[in-house]
Write a protein that binds this ligand. Sequence first.
Ligand SMILES: *[C@@H]1O[C@H](CO)[C@@H](O)[C@H](O)[C@H]1NC(C)=O
Ligand SMILES: *[C@@H]1O[C@H](CO)[C@@H](O)[C@H](O)[C@H]1NC(C)=O
Ligand SMILES: *[C@@H]1O[C@H](CO)[C@@H](O)[C@H](O)[C@H]1NC(C)=O
Ligand SMILES: *[C@@H]1O[C@H](CO)[C@@H](O)[C@H](O)[C@H]1NC(C)=O
Ligand SMILES: *[C@@H]1O[C@H](CO)[C@@H](O)[C@H](O)[C@H]1NC(C)=O
Ligand SMILES: *[C@@H]1O[C@H](CO)[C@@H](O)[C@H](O)[C@H]1NC(C)=O
Ligand SMILES: *[C@@H]1O[C@H](CO)[C@@H](O)[C@H](O)[C@H]1NC(C)=O
Ligand SMILES: *[C@@H]1O[C@H](CO)[C@@H](O)[C@H](O)[C@H]1NC(C)=O
Ligand SMILES: *[C@@H]1O[C@H](CO)[C@@H](O)[C@H](O)[C@H]1NC(C)=O
Ligand SMILES: *[C@@H]1O[C@H](CO)[C@@H](O)[C@H](O)[C@H]1NC(C)=O
Ligand SMILES: *[C@@H]1O[C@H](CO)[C@@H](O)[C@H](O)[C@H]1NC(C)=O
Ligand SMILES: *[C@@H]1O[C@H](CO)[C@@H](O)[C@H](O)[C@H]1NC(C)=O
Length: 557
Amino acid sequence: MHFLLYFWLLTSISLCLAVTPSRTIAKRDPTSFVSSTSSGFSVNGSSLRYVGTNLYWLPTLESNDDIWNVLANISSLGIKVVRLWAFNDVETIPDTGTWFQLVQNGTTTINDGPNGLQKLDTVIQMAEQQGLYVILSLTNNWNPVPNTTTTGNSTQVLASTNIPRNTLSNDFGGMDLYVRQFGLQYHDDFYTHAGILTAFQNYTQQIVTRYADSPAVFSWELANDARCNSTQATSPTCTTQTVTQWHATMASFIATLDSNHIVSAGTSGYQCTDCQKLYPITPTVTSTPSPAPGKKRKVTPLTNAQIVRKRAESKRRSRAAAIRAGTLKEDGIRIRGRWVSTMARRQEISTGSSSTTDGSAGVDSQDILNIPNIGFGSFQVFPDQESYGTDDPNLDPVDNKINSSLLWIQQSAQSAAAVGKPVVLTGFGLVTQDNLQSFVPFNMTYAPYASMATDVVNTTTSFANSTQQETGYSSFLENNDTKSIAVANSAGLAGVMQYQWGSTGITQSSSTIQLDSSTSPSTDTGDTPNDGYSIANNTAIQQILMQGAQAMAANPL
Ligand SMILES: *[C@@H]1O[C@H](CO)[C@@H](O)[C@H](O)[C@H]1NC(C)=O
Ligand SMILES: *[C@@H]1O[C@H](CO)[C@@H](O)[C@H](O)[C@H]1NC(C)=O
Ligand SMILES: *[C@@H]1O[C@H](CO)[C@@H](O)[C@H](O)[C@H]1NC(C)=O
Ligand SMILES: *[C@@H]1O[C@H](CO)[C@@H](O)[C@H](O)[C@H]1NC(C)=O
Ligand SMILES: *[C@@H]1O[C@H](CO)[C@@H](O)[C@H](O)[C@H]1NC(C)=O
Ligand SMILES: *[C@@H]1O[C@H](CO)[C@@H](O)[C@H](O)[C@H]1NC(C)=O
Ligand SMILES: *[C@@H]1O[C@H](CO)[C@@H](O)[C@H](O)[C@H]1NC(C)=O
Ligand SMILES: *[C@@H]1O[C@H](CO)[C@@H](O)[C@H](O)[C@H]1NC(C)=O
Ligand SMILES: *[C@@H]1O[C@H](CO)[C@@H](O)[C@H](O)[C@H]1NC(C)=O
Ligand SMILES: *[C@@H]1O[C@H](CO)[C@@H](O)[C@H](O)[C@H]1NC(C)=O
Ligand SMILES: *[C@@H]1O[C@H](CO)[C@@H](O)[C@H](O)[C@H]1NC(C)=O
Ligand SMILES: *[C@@H]1O[C@H](CO)[C@@H](O)[C@H](O)[C@H]1NC(C)=O
């Protein structure tokens, strides 16, 4: 029965694709689209409070059966929303693989062939069949170019950086690619150059109108992690207002094309309480009704001063505890039970000097969220690449990462609550020691720890072991109001999305999937891309996502 149903669906999908490659014809009841309230989402009259996952690579899989199986496995955990790239820009047409748009020397060409937007059509139609919603991101802040060497007239990509196209999330084109191909210099030219804006709106229009009637679309996400800076440096003039203005322009542009779907920003969540606002929050005088029994109380925003004070208090508390326990050690960190100098840890990828709350990244998430056409707030939690607070030297470094992430979740929720819109954690992840050799930071093209021996990984780095990853993910997702620091559920997040999904059962090779060709092809399967965050094979984490999904659904906003 199950098999037959599956077969029927695949057949009807391919028939449907053959006849109508681009549009879903049936006119939909407006209630079948996801809409937002002041704190959450609803669809067809029911609350949609969800756990989701990320799989930017899904449209690059060659086989539709593989796409179907990936989505089926995700859906079977109770996951409701997936987030992926609805862009795949190239500078020259590749010999193989999926691509959506050629951006070359200031002109653009969209590929709506079978290895182009028709792949996205398949993904979106299959998601709908599986009862999944899709957040479609329209561009990326990150697109570093791999290092090359040039001999004579030929340019070779360095072997160490030669990762197949589309394996990494930052290898799908994006803002820097437009900047390069329009002959410009600065990353933020993407936000201000008229020619780029026209080209990007052209692309956006084609994508948005293509799926404007699809109830499977959860939201149009303007960009992944927009900032002033990327591999192409920022100009001296880029400010938070530059980035906010671009979001406002794009959000109202999409609103003219599609009234069915919510627009969101996709920023990683930087706050800037003291930045000048384009969309200042006007305090409302309407009295807030007291919450119904069992409902979360409305949270008020923290000021920068309060954040600093909270951090100082928490540090003071654990220092006092350490003094009492006789374990105080100020000038080092404890790794696997022994103290090491902080110098060793500094050899890790720098977490960046820009504070998450001073506006130096060029992002004021609250100002962006208050743009009228932005429907919900977004932020991300990647404590291996970003610092969300000052480390407490008396804590295990992974505990520091988890604690600062929990505080960041709380701050982000409070910031959104002040605007009166829902907020979603659109990506979170901890790199584990097992995964470290595959880890590639978002702004890099090679795995810096690839050749580090496993025992060195365990003893000299501060990446989580699998138990710590499980503890962290549980604390981001679990429903536990007794904790002193807020977790996703008690903080009032409307959705929480793990980054990234991983599948091991892929049957067909592609640029991103390697099958072992030495054995019979019919028995070979490959793994989906792993940039250090994949949860392929990780049934413990899958279980945690499943429980989180139940907890979120059981506590509607
Ligand atoms: C919406 O809800 C109604 C009543 O609960 C149900 O009959 C209908 O099938 C639902 N529609 C969709 C598209 O899920
Ligand atoms: C790029 O476009 C300009 C005009 O916009 C043209 O003059 C130039 O020849 C083009 N360069 C290449 C390499 O095609
Ligand atoms: C818009 O996209 C279409 C389809 O790829 C392309 O033919 C056209 O040149 C684009 N226009 C602009 C202004 O980029
Ligand atoms: C690539 O180039 C950057 C900047 O020049 C350099 O820091 C990095 O080490 C290079 N990577 C490799 C793998 O050679
Ligand atoms: C590169 O140079 C070699 C000779 O040095 C020549 O045979 C070849 O055609 C050149 N390739 C291109 C793409 O110009
Ligand atoms: C901008 O990015 C470059 C390269 O990634 C980095 O060296 C620099 O510190 C960044 N600047 C800011 C302000 O983040
Ligand atoms: C993980 O790390 C913690 C803290 O260092 C340690 O207590 C625990 O035993 C480790 N677990 C495994 C499975 O290595
Ligand atoms: C990547 O970003 C980090 C943090 O912003 C920065 O320190 C580092 O220099 C960047 N690396 C590259 C290769 O751009
Ligand atoms: C290092 O960690 C891996 C994975 O967690 C584990 O299998 C291995 O036994 C550890 N090795 C040492 C020396 O702790
Ligand atoms: C909630 O967290 C507290 C403190 O960590 C713990 O003692 C309690 O068992 C947890 N409750 C549930 C239901 O997980
Ligand atoms: C889906 O899950 C099943 C059962 O765990 C597994 O055998 C299969 O390989 C998975 N398929 C994909 C594409 O992940
Ligand atoms: C998953 O398990 C398979 C089979 O044990 C292994 O070949 C593969 O490398 C694993 N993938 C990941 C991402 O751990």
